[in-house]
Design a protein around this ligand. Structure first.
Ligand SMILES: NC(=O)c1ccc[n+]([C@@H]2O[C@H](COP(=O)([O-])OP(=O)(O)OC[C@H]3O[C@@H](n4cnc5c(N)ncnc54)[C@H](O)[C@@H]3O)[C@@H](O)[C@H]2O)c1
Length: 350
């Protein structure tokens, strides 16, 4: 097997945490991988200087993952075509709203033998307004296979090397073997599952449920109510998967990408925080994003909007009262204090 070159497309909080794992695993496997890892970085200013320059000088993403060194073989690059054109493995780790534009810009340059792996949690929409998985979008634009990695993996804790699990979704067993070499660490255990789309769907929908968990926190309600929100949220995730994903396997919901990620995100994470803040403030989501996140984005409201449109087109809103209520709360059409009332007559209770 010829040596593989790896490029990380994205360099925010999660991109930088995963670069620490990928960068060192590559150095540990010199027969399989070329040592240099290009990390595409959307250029921005940091204290008057280019962020790429600061990152390459300090070997630290001072804006998105301060306090953690990047391996020196990871090189931040602002030119997407230059960063990705030699890659055999492309790791996509951007907020989902930027993927389409990014793929468009790379399309001409990507090797036709390359393999993509998406670490992105979110959906896009196709021309008819239906939900489109990000892996599918990448495959359609770049004409290469796209696998996924998703799990209960809050970036800060992964950077601190606290033990966690993750799920690798692949289409062929050999892809699982190769990607395990890139991502597996004693503190980051990966299981390989052949159910790419369900893994991806879990990663997107749990951010919606997490807003609900945050609303419960914001209202000062306790563990029992939050547990009910998690359970009903999981049931809506399963129902959504069964309706919209061909070959959706129930077992996948019990992997790290499913229940574990849901629990972690409903207790930590920025979408939970958003839910809590939405109860305590009258500001819009955009205003809260500016106040709280310093350039990062809340994924949950975007996913809630896409889910709502798909469900309303298919006349299915009544079967998904939690997803529906969270969308309306995010749009400020509904008072968050009415959230629990929406769940009392949930289809799961009938
Ligand atoms: N942060 C986590 O703990 C975590 C964990 C697992 C998965 N994820 C997923 O990983 C993905 C990336 O999340 P993140 O937390 O690294 O993102 P982030 O919010 O930390 O970073 C935002 C990134 O987007 C870049 N950016 C801004 N405008 C851009 C543009 N127009 N085009 C391209 N890039 C632009 C910024 O430079 C920055 O690198 C998301 O789908 C997220 O759900 C995040």
């Amino acid at each position: 097997m010829s040596k593989k070159t790896v490029c990380i497309v994205g360099s925010g909080n999660w991109g930088s945490a995963i670069a620490r794992i990928v960068g060192t695993n590559i150095l540990d496997n010199p027969d399989t991988f070329h040592s240099r890892v290009n990390m595409y970085m959307y250029e921005e200013k940091y204290e008057g200087r280019k962020l790429t320059e600061v990152v390459n000088e300090m070997h630290e993403n001072v804006k998105y993952l301060p306090g953690f060194k990047l391996p020196e073989n990871v090189v931040a690059m602002p030119d997407l075509a230059e960063a990705s054109k030699t890659a055999d493995i492309l790791i996509f780790v951007l907020p989902h709203q930027f993927v389409r534009g990014t793929c468009k810009a790379m399309q001409e340059h990507v090797k036709d033998t390359a393999l993509a792996v998406s670490l992105i949690k979110g959906f896009d929409k196709d021309a008819e307004g239906n939900i489109l998985m990000i892996s599918k979008l990448i495959e359609d634009w770049l004409k290469i296979d796209c696998c996924v990695l998703s799990g209960a993996n809050l970036a800060q804790e992964v950077a601190e090397e606290q033990f966690c699990e993750s799920t690798l979704g692949v289409k062929k067993p050999e892809q699982g073997e190769l990607l395990k070499m890139l991502f597996e660490k004693p503190f980051f255990r990966t299981s390989v599952v052949m159910d790419v789309e369900t893994i991806e769907m879990c990663g997107a929908l749990k951010n919606v449920v997490a807003i609900g968990a945050g609303i419960v926190d914001g209202m000062g309600l306790g563990h029992n109510t939050k547990a009910a929100v998690l359970r009903l949220g999981l049931m809506e995730m399963v129902a959504f998967g069964e309706l919209f994903i061909k070959g959706c396997k129930e077992d996948t919901f019990f992997e790290s990408c499913g229940i574990a990620d849901l629990v972690a995100t409903c207790h930590g994470g920025r979408n939970r925080l958003l839910g809590e803040t939405v109860v305590k403030s009258d500001k819009t989501i955009r205003e809260l994003e500016k106040d709280i996140l310093r350039g990062q984005s809340f994924q949950g409201p975007l996913v809630a909007k896409e889910v709502y449109h798909t469900l309303s087109q298919k006349n299915l809103l009544e079967r998904f009262p939690m997803f529906t209520a969270i969308y309306r709360i995010c749009e400020r059409e509904m008072d968050p204090r009415e959230f629990i009332d929406c769940l009392r007559n949930h289809p799961e209770h009938i």
